[in-house]
Each structure stands twice: as C-alpha cells, then as structure tokens.
Design a protein around this ligand. Structure first.
Ligand SMILES: *Cc1c(COP(=O)(O)O)cnc(C)c1O
Length: 417
C-alpha cells in the first residue's frame, strides 16, 4: 500500500489558500531520506551527494538538501545560476553536462564548479575557453549492454554520453599534460533501477577502471562518481531500494578493488535526483468532470503540462483518492487532463474507488522529474509548488504561472506597426 504524506483534511485546509493543481513536497521525508543515504556511505570519508538539480530545480528544496550536506549536480547555464542563487558554489557544484555550449563552461569555471567532461574533444574546447583546472572529471561509457546477473538493464552502447575506454586513457594523459592534478571518474549506466545491485556493480566497473587508469597514466584519482539512476518504487508491488545494503555493496567493491591498489583515499560521490526527491512530492489535482462514453473518464484540473511522465514514457504513477483510502477500488477509470492530446492521461484503466466531482486526487511520486518537466503546450500554465514543513505548516516555494508569465516573452510593439 502506498500512503500519501498528506490527508484529505490537510489538503482541504491548504486549498483554502492555494487552489489545485499543485505539487507539494514533504520536508520531513526529504531530510530523513538524505540522512539515510549519508549513513549508508558513512564508511567513506569523502562521500558527497551532488543532488541532480534537473530533477527538482527549486532553490528552497536545494537549500534543504544543502543543510543535509549535499552539493548540486548541474548540467546547464541556468541550473548553475540556480545553484549560485541558492548559495551553493565552488566545489559544491558538479557540472555534468553534455553538448556543452561555451558560455556554460565559462560560468562553471567562474563559479569554481568541478567540471565533469562528457567527451574527449571537450578537452581542447575547454582549454581554449578557460584553461584546464587542477581538478577535473571524465564520464565513462563502457559501450555494449549493461547487465546485472545476466539481466540487461540498459544499453550504454546506444547512449550519447561519455568517453570510450581508450579515450579515457588518452584523455587522462592529455589532461595531465595540460596541468590537471586530481581526477574524477563518472558513469551513469541505468536509469530508475531499484535493484540493490546497481550501484555495487557500477562501482566495481568504475573502481577497476580507475585502478587501470592510475597504472597506465599515473593520474591521481581522487573521486569516483556513481552518478544517478537509483530508482524508486512507483508501483505498489515494487520493492524500495535498500540504500544501506547498497552502501554496503559499494563498500565491499571498494575494499576488494581500491584498497589493495593503495587507493583507499578515493571519495565516493553520487548525483542522485529521483531517489532524493521522487517519493517526497505529489501532484494534487481536483476531479472537475466525469464523462461516460465508450470508457469512463474522470477529468482533472492538472494535465500533462504539470506531469508529463505518463504521457511521455507511459510511466506509472500511483493515484490515491484522498479520503477514500479504505474504499474498494471497484471502478475503472481513465484519469485525464485537458490537453488536446489523447495521451494526456495520468492513468488508463485504473481501478479506483468511485470518484465524485470535487474529490482530490493525490498523484504519487512526483517529487523528481515532475514539476521540472512542466511545459506550456496548449497555453497551459505551470502549477505552484508547496512545501509541507516539518512543523506541519505549508510554504509556497514557487507560485503558479499566470497568463502574464506566458506573455512575458512576446514584444507586442512589433505586431501592430
Ligand atoms: C539525470 C541525471 C542524474 C540524476 O538521475 P536520477 O535518475 O534522477 O537519479 C544524475 N547525473 C546526471 C549526469 C544526469 O543526467
């Protein structure tokens, strides 16, 4: 059973001030989870989580994570500005970009961020722009298929990211010749993976590669970045990743590969997004219409512009009808938004309790890659983001867009001349 972190009564109170739809985040859940992650990796002296800003680009959320000891993983100019605005700069920013425009590297350099290069050709590109920093990281793509216990999780060989194995050796040598002293190694091989083995298997690959690179080039490797990809149980029958077991699995690989190679000072970094925020956010929407044609539809006041994952990937998001948690799920509905796109459905053939107009629907697990992926198709406006504080109070951490925001990028002076 998936349990909402707010009740119907709370949402009724909140909607007196803030109308639906809105995303709401749970500060208590975010902090407890961040502490558990740090506990899982407490065996590693230099451990640091760089929160993937793209998952939930809100400075109030970033501030909470900063207080819990996290840095920020950015991949664009605006994300860098956002980190800086939230008071997070210098080595507390990991800049893991790809297809990077020159101005992005220049800003990352200016803020003193750690730069994680996506490609060997970015070495001369960066050098020409601002020189090679002392500390630098490279992203590894081992190619082929990535498997855990013979089950294929993803196909890095088809992914646009990273250096090949040969390019890493070449790149490290080139970077050393240009003044780099401290090296990082990064890889992201599978997305939304709840298997406890993901990080340990990835860590084994990266640790072995780091030892080889150190032997081949003499480079001093100071950190290994396991990146993001740890998943969350979107479906009620899925198991949660046991992060303590994950941390222990990474420790074992560390002890068996890095320690014997004399590399026990290597720091472990992560760039988690979904795992840090996903379960601690929900989209609250009101049922505004019911429609009976060839199927039963419930129309809600949110749409794919507020949460695109179901429309984009057919992603499952669990739905709870608030106040009807213990009623039988004896109705079958498509839950739809109002975009002129038939894929604007939060759920298809979903078994739910009978829904009346005015009911609040709690769409689970929208804390990461939820509001962040919002857009303005059909003139729909992004909804507000609220934060449920630990003391039970609620703060508006981003107001809803208004038509003025939509119009802000037009200059009408040129239209009527
Ligand atoms: C998206 C991304 C992440 C975070 O991924 P999650 O699946 O949200 O954990 C981390 N690092 C990089 C480089 C990314 O692109």
């Amino acid at each position: 059973m998936k349990k909402p972190f707010v009740t119907q009564q709370q949402i009724e109170r909140i909607t007196n001030e803030y109308p639906t739809p809105f995303h709401i985040y749970d500060e208590k859940g975010i902090r407890e989870n961040a502490r558990l992650l740090h506990k899982a990796f407490s065996w590693n002296k230099g451990f640091k989580e760089y929160f993937a800003v793209k998952a939930t680009p809100n400075p109030f959320i970033m501030q909470i994570l900063k207080e819990e000891g996290c840095g920020m993983d950015c991949s664009s100019y605006t994300e860098l500005l956002l980190s800086d605005a939230a008071g997070i700069a210098g080595k507390d920013i990991m800049f893991s970009s790809n297809v990077t425009p020159p101005e992005d590297y220049l800003l990352a350099h200016k803020l003193g961020a750690v730069i994680n290069l996506d490609d060997v050709t970015h070495i001369p590109f960066l050098e020409e722009l601002c020189g090679i920093p002392e500390t630098i990281s490279c992203r590894f793509n081992p190619g082929g298929a990535f498997a855990i216990d013979n089950a294929i999780m993803d196909t890095p060989g088809e992914a646009k990211y990273g250096f090949t194995r040969e390019q890493l050796t070449e790149g490290f040598k080139l970077l050393m010749s240009k003044g780099a002293r401290n090296f990082g190694l990064h890889s992201f091989l599978a997305s939304n993976t709840t298997a406890n083995e993901y990080y340990p298997v990835l860590a084994q690959i990266l640790f072995e590669t780091a030892v080889e690179l150190h032997r081949e080039t003499g480079a001093k490797i100071t950190f290994i970045n396991l990146s993001g990809g740890v998943g969350i149980p979107y479906r009620p029958e899925q198991h949660k990743t046991d992060i303590l077991t994950v941390g222990e699995g990474v420790r074992k690989a560390f002890e068996s590969v890095l320690v014997p190679a004399g590399m026990e000072d290597v720091a472990i970094y992560t760039e988690l997004g979904r795992f840090m925020l996903g379960p601690y956010g929900a989209l609250i929407t009101t049922a505004i219409h019911e429609k009976h044609i060839y199927k039963e539809y419930i129309g809600v006041d949110a749409c794919a512009a507020n949460l695109i994952r179901p429309a984009m990937y057919g992603a499952y998001h669990h739905i709870t009808v608030l106040g009807k948690e213990s009623e039988p799920c004896d109705h079958v509905y498509d839950i739809t938004g109002g975009l002129c796109e038939n894929n604007d459905k939060f759920a298809i053939n979903r078994h739910l309790p009978e829904i009346q107009k005015g009911d609040f629907l709690y769409i689970h697990d929208t804390g990461a890659h939820g509001s962040a992926m919002g857009y303005n198709y059909n003139g729909k406006l992004r909804s507000a983001e609220l934060l449920l504080r630990e003391d039970g109070s609620v703060s508006l951490i981003r107001r809803a867009e208004t038509p003025d925001d939509y119009f802000a990028t037009f200059d009408f002076s040129g239209l009527f001349n």
